[in-house]
Design a protein around this ligand. Sequence first.
Ligand code: 13P
Length: 251
Amino acid sequence: MRKPIIAANWKMHKTVKEANDFLQEFIPLVEGNNDVDIVLCVPFTVLDAVSKKIADTNITLGAQNVYCQDKGAFTGEVAPQMLLEFGTKYVIIGHSERRAVFGETDELIKEKVNKALQSGLIPILCVGETLEEREKGFTEAKCRKQIEAVFHGLTKDQAAQIVIAYEPIWAIGTGKTASSSDAEQTISYIRSLLSGIFDEDTALKVRIQYGGSVKPENVQDLMAQPNIDGALVGGASLDPQSFAKIVNYKE
Ligand code: 13P
């Protein structure tokens, strides 16, 4: 059985004070929810404060990026060990904003995933198509390219640890959600790709999230789909009440 994983991606939001205020309100709202893995992927600058505040809670720490080297002359980058020092467990890799704004390629993303796995961090690997690609019928081809680039060459055990977030780019921050059946269709296609690269047993172990305008109003429908194992939430994760409603979608 795959345990659902609901993760916040705060992107470039929240100072230490704002993060502490969020947690003050959020922690009691999700206390006792052990049905879901609750993850906060926060900016590097608040990892320390958030890790202290969530110690001994049911909330797990995540980051939004990591570099593919252990140390060295890489100005502005952050190494796996620097994240692990704060108890970080998950790291988002290959978000569409990193790909589009910062020019990250599939090759770099593969290196980052490899380094994260070797270091003991769990990658949340983002894939997804643009509106133009969707309209041209290229959704599956795009996801296939992004998945194959990373998963080829991994062992089954490594593959099974990775969390995939299917995030159609046209649904990110736009208020437009993929319908739960469209999301399910692409996510089940992604699972079939994993089955082809590895085997069915491995494919059934991988948790695949949906991301793109997830809100309290649509989370239940999405989570009711058999292949959707969670959500990666941007805008609606910034407010403690709305993110708690998403996390507590079963209630
Ligand atoms: P929104 O939930 O704001 O659409 O963002 C989705 C996202 O990019 C999460 O990584």
